[in-house]
Design a binder for this molecule. Structure first.
Ligand SMILES: *[C@@H]1O[C@H](CO)[C@@H](O)[C@H](O)[C@H]1NC(C)=O
Ligand SMILES: *[C@@H]1O[C@H](CO)[C@@H](O)[C@H](O)[C@H]1NC(C)=O
Ligand SMILES: *[C@@H]1O[C@H](CO)[C@@H](O)[C@H](O)[C@H]1NC(C)=O
Ligand SMILES: *[C@@H]1O[C@H](CO)[C@@H](O)[C@H](O)[C@H]1NC(C)=O
Ligand SMILES: *[C@@H]1O[C@H](CO)[C@@H](O)[C@H](O)[C@H]1NC(C)=O
Length: 346
C-alpha cells in the first residue's frame, strides 16, 4: 500500500480521495499512430484552473511537443467571436417582445430580473477581487437578451445558474489551450466554421424553440423556488472529468452545449416533442459534427504527413456512439486510448 501511494503524484492522490472508483485513473488522450504521432484530447467548458492539475503529465507533454494545435473553433480569433454573437441575433428590427408569446416573454423577463438580483450573492469573493462586478457580468452574458434569437436565449437561461456564474472570469480549458498555443508560437487552427456550429441551432423551427424555451424556463423556475435541484451541475461535470470517467453521458451535454429536455414525467405528447428536439440536437451537434470534424482531421493529416498535431475537441466528441475515434478507425487510422502512465516518445 505504502509503495503504491509513494508512486502516485499529488494529483493521483487527490483522485484517490475524491473519486468513487479510485482504480479508474484515466485520461482524455488518444494517440493517432504515425510518425511523428498525433493526438486527440478531450476538453470541457469549465475554467481551466479547476481541471488543469488533473490533466496527466503525458497529455501536457503531447501538447508541448506538437507543432500544430487544432481546436473546434479558433476562440482567439476576433472574427470567430463577432461571428458567433452576430449569428445569435434576431433579424434587424426584430425584438423578443414582438416574437415570443406574451406569457413566455414575461416569465423570461421575470427570471432574468431574479438572476440579476441574485448575482451579487452568487459571485465569489475571488471573482469580485479580480474586478468582476455583478452588473458587468450580467451585461456581458445577458445584456442584449431582447435582440437574441429564442434558441440562444434558452441556452443563456440554462447557463445563468449559480454554479456557472461562479466559474466565470477564468478562461475555459479549450481557450486556455489556444492561448498557450499562441504564446508558445505554435500553429493554432480550427476544424469548424462558426456557421457550422450556429446554423443548426437557428434551424430548429419556431414551435420547437418555444417549446424548448418554455420547458427550460419552467425547470429554472422550479430550481428558483428551491423545490428541486439541478440534475447536472458544473461541479458534477468537473468531478467526472477529473476522475477520468469516460463513460459519463454528461460530456455529451457539455459538448453539445444544450440542455436535455426529455423528462419522463412529462405528458406523452410533450415527451414526444422533447424527444424529437433532443434527437435533433444529438444528430446536428454531435453526430454530424463528428463526421465533419473527422474529415477535416484526415485532410490535415494527409496534407501534412511530416507534422505533429494535437486536436483538442469537446470530450463528448470521443465518447458515446459514432465518435471521432470510431470514424477515424473506420477510415483505417490506428487510434489508441492513451493511459496516464504511457510514456510519450520524444
Ligand atoms: C424591445 O421592445 C420593447 C417593447 O417594444 C422595448 O421596451 C425594448 O426597449 C426593445 N428592446 C430592444 C433591445 O430594442
Ligand atoms: C416543426 O418541426 C416538427 C418536428 O419536425 C414538426 O412536427 C412541426 O410540424 C414543425 N412545425 C412547424 C410550424 O413547422
Ligand atoms: C408552457 O408549458 C406549459 C406546461 O407544459 C403549458 O401549459 C403552456 O401552455 C406552455 N406555454 C406555451 C406558450 O407554449
Ligand atoms: C419533470 O416533470 C415533472 C412533472 O411534470 C416536474 O415536477 C419535474 O420538476 C420535472 N423535472 C425536471 C428535472 O425538470
Ligand atoms: C448508443 O446507441 C445505443 C443503441 O442505439 C443506445 O442504446 C445508447 O443509448 C447510445 N449511447 C449514447 C451515449 O448515446
Amino acid at each position: 500500500m505504502i509503495t503504491i501511494i509513494v508512486g502516485l503524484t499529488h494529483t493521483h492522490l487527490l483522485n484517490f480521495f475524491f473519486c468513487f472508483q479510485e482504480s479508474e485513473l484515466n485520461s482524455f488522450l488518444w494517440t493517432i499512430k504515425r510518425d511523428p504521432p498525433s493526438y486527440f484530447f478531450g476538453t470541457i467548458h469549465v475554467p481551466y484552473t479547476r481541471v488543469w492539475d488533473y490533466v496527466p503529465e503525458n497529455t501536457k507533454k503531447a501538447f508541448k511537443q506538437a507543432e500544430n494545435i487544432f481546436l473546434e473553433l479558433d476562440l482567439t480569433d476576433p472574427y470567430t467571436i463577432s461571428a458567433l454573437s452576430k449569428c445569435q441575433l434576431l433579424p434587424h428590427g426584430e425584438n423578443l417582445s414582438n416574437v415570443l408569446p406574451q406569457d413566455i416573454y414575461n416569465r423570461l423577463k421575470k427570471h432574468l430580473d431574479y438572476v440579476r438580483d441574485a448575482l451579487p450573492e452568487w459571485m465569489t469573493a475571488d471573482q469580485k477581487g479580480r474586478g468582476l462586478y455583478p452588473d458587468y457580468l450580467f451585461n456581458a452574458i445577458a445584456g442584449n437578451w431582447e435582440r437574441k434569437r429564442p434558441v440562444w436565449v434558452m441556452l443563456m437561461v440554462n447557463s445563468l445558474t449559480e454554479g456557472d456564474i461562479k466559474s466565470r472570469g477564468i478562461p475555459v480549458l479549450d481557450l486556455y489551450l489556444a492561448q498557450m498555443s499562441e504564446q508558445q508560437g505554435k500553429v493554432t487552427g480550427a476544424v469548424e466554421r462558426v456557421e457550422e456550429q450556429c446554423v443548426p441551432l437557428n434551424e430548429l423551427n419556431f414551435s420547437q424553440v418555444v417549446f424548448a424555451l418554455n420547458q427550460t424556463l419552467w425547470q429554472h423556475e422550479i430550481y428558483r423556488q428551491g423545490k428541486e435541484s439541478m440534475p447536472y451541475t458544473t461541479d458534477d461535470l468537473i468531478q467526472h472529468y477529473n476522475c477520468g470517467d469516460l463513460n459519463s453521458i454528461i460530456f455529451n451535454h457539455d459538448t453539445a452545449q444544450v440542455p436535455t429536455l426529455v423528462n419522463t414525467s412529462l405528458p406523452p405528447s410533450d415527451l414526444h416533442r422533447a424527444q424529437t428536439i433532443d434527437d435533433y440536437f444529438r444528430n446536428e451537434l454531435i453526430d454530424k459534427r463528428n463526421q465533419r470534424m473527422t474529415e477535416r482531421v484526415i485532410h490535415l493529416l494527409q496534407k501534412y504527413p511530416q507534422k505533429s498535431f494535437f486536436f483538442a475537441f469537446g470530450a463528448g466528441h470521443y465518447l458515446g456512439n459514432n465518435t471521432v475515434i470510431d470514424r477515424m478507425r473506420e477510415a483505417g487510422f490506428d487510434v489508441q486510448h492513451t493511459s496516464p502512465d504511457y510514456t510519450i516518445p520524444e
